[in-house]
Design a protein around this ligand. Structure first.
Ligand code: AMP
Length: 396
């Protein structure tokens, strides 16, 4: 079911949102992006005569309730953003919570306490999910960020609603639609740009792209494990020695796969891991002892940019270097610039995964790409070709 096919008049919508926002020492919300991205769904349901029950996790509580992880701290900011009162249930299940949710009228908003105060949530427990389901007549999943988890509130709960009483929220639907533009309906040439620190976290996405993409551009610290696997000198660059065999296997596969897989031909190397380090340009497979590659080099930037500008579909996950340091952000910045240029010329570009999103925001290119995903781990798993339990649970 699509959200727009459901009648919310006089109904209570139980919405799984991703309100896992950062809080400071004073327990104030320091970045409300995740709350704001759920507004289209919440406002749509309220405008269509429904009442809303919001449920989420926050942080990683270990043993039951802990004030620092209480969703109570979000009541004020949420009320301000929604411009209406927000009721709060101090326990996500239990008599008082059910009393509050059963008394809701059209236009009312109720926020439930942190789901992860119950261990049953992460275990995907049936009876916990069944209790949560009592809060709503309709179940809406808008938490793309946790769609890769088979938790009670993201997956199991869907079984307690009829097919015509459950749907994706607007954010979740947009995430999936955009991800599908890359995976299912991509216009060629399709270029996947994969960077970041470690091969271990990106190897599955590279493997899944080998026969889908036309080009795979590999940057960031992970490139040096590949160079070492080929027998190159990588100095003190980041290397995962236990992934050398895996890197060799992938390099072998690149000989016969569809994609043209390109590593950065040169690197900007530093004599220590610091913004103030001495730096010099070196071939990526010949980094002197004592030096480490912290960014892709000028030749690699040119080569990558050219390919990107000629692409029609672009997926970007992971920075090209240590973009947090001003002196080693150029590769990431220039790649973001090339993606923006390709997008302006009609390409579809999707940026997904924690640090590339941070990089694109920091560098100010977030409004120059087609879509920035909110789901770090979930987006990564989607592009690894895995089934997302939160998505599967709602598919008819
Ligand atoms: P990931 O979370 O795997 O996407 O990795 C992002 C992190 O990788 C960022 O914090 C970058 O600073 C780091 N990174 C990127 N390139 C390098 C590099 N050449 N050496 C060390 N760290 C890097």
């Amino acid at each position: 079911m699509k959200i727009t096919d459901i009648d919310f008049e006089e109904e209570r919508a139980l919405i799984r949102v991703d309100f896992n926002v950062p809080l400071n020492d004073k327990l104030e919300v320091t970045d409300d992006t995740r709350i704001r991205r759920s507004l289209p769904t919440i406002n749509y349901i309220l405008a269509n005569g429904g009442a809303v029950v919001l449920m989420s996790h926050l942080g990683r509580p270990k043993n039951g309730p802990e004030d620092q992880f209480s969703l109570r701290h979000l009541v004020g900011p949420l009320a301000d953003i929604l411009n209406r009162d927000v009721q709060f249930a101090e326990n996500c299940i239990g008599e008082e919570a059910f009393r509050l949710s059963s008394n809701l009228l059209s236009g009312d908003v109720l926020l439930l306490e942190n789901l992860r105060f119950y261990k049953e949530e992460e275990k995907g427990d049936e009876s916990f999910a069944e209790k949560l389901a009592k809060h709503g007549d309709i179940y809406v999943n808008d938490a793309f960020g946790t769609a890769h988890r088979a938790h009670a509130s993201t997956a199991t709960i869907a079984n307690f609603f009829e097919k015509d009483k459950r749907c994706f929220g607007k954010l979740m639907a947009a995430e999936l639609e955009n991800a599908q533009k890359v995976i299912k309906n991509s216009e060629a040439p399709f270029t996947a740009i994969i960077g970041g620190a470690k091969v271990s976290t990106k190897i599955d996405i590279i493997k899944n792209m080998l026969d889908r993409a036309d080009n795979i551009l590999i940057g960031g610290g992970m490139a040096y494990t590949f160079f070492k696997a080929m027998g190159g000198n990588v100095g003190n660059s980041l290397v995962e020695d236990d992934k050398l065999e895996t890197a060799k296997e992938v390099l072998e596969a690149t000989k016969t796969c569809k994609a043209n897989v390109i590593l950065p031909i040169d690197s900007l190397a530093a004599d220590r891991f610091s913004n103030d380090a001495e730096q010099k340009s070196v071939p990526s497979d010949d980094i002197p002892a004592g030096w480490m590659g912290l960014d892709i080099g000028a030749k690699a930037i040119r080569e990558f940019s050219e390919i990107i500008k000629n692409s029609k579909t672009i997926l970007w996950n992971g920075p090209m270097g240590v973009f947090e340091m001003d002196n080693f952000k150029i590769g990431t910045e220039d790649i973001a610039h090339a993606i923006a240029e390709a997008t302006a010329n009609g390409a579809f570009s999707l940026v997904g995964g924690g640090d590339s999103v941070a990089a694109i925001n920091q560098l100010g290119y977030d409004d120059k790409v087609s879509y920035v995903s909110t789901g770090g781990g979930a987006m990564l798993e989607y592009f690894e070709g895995k089934t997302l339990p939160g998505v599967a649970a709602l598919e008819d």
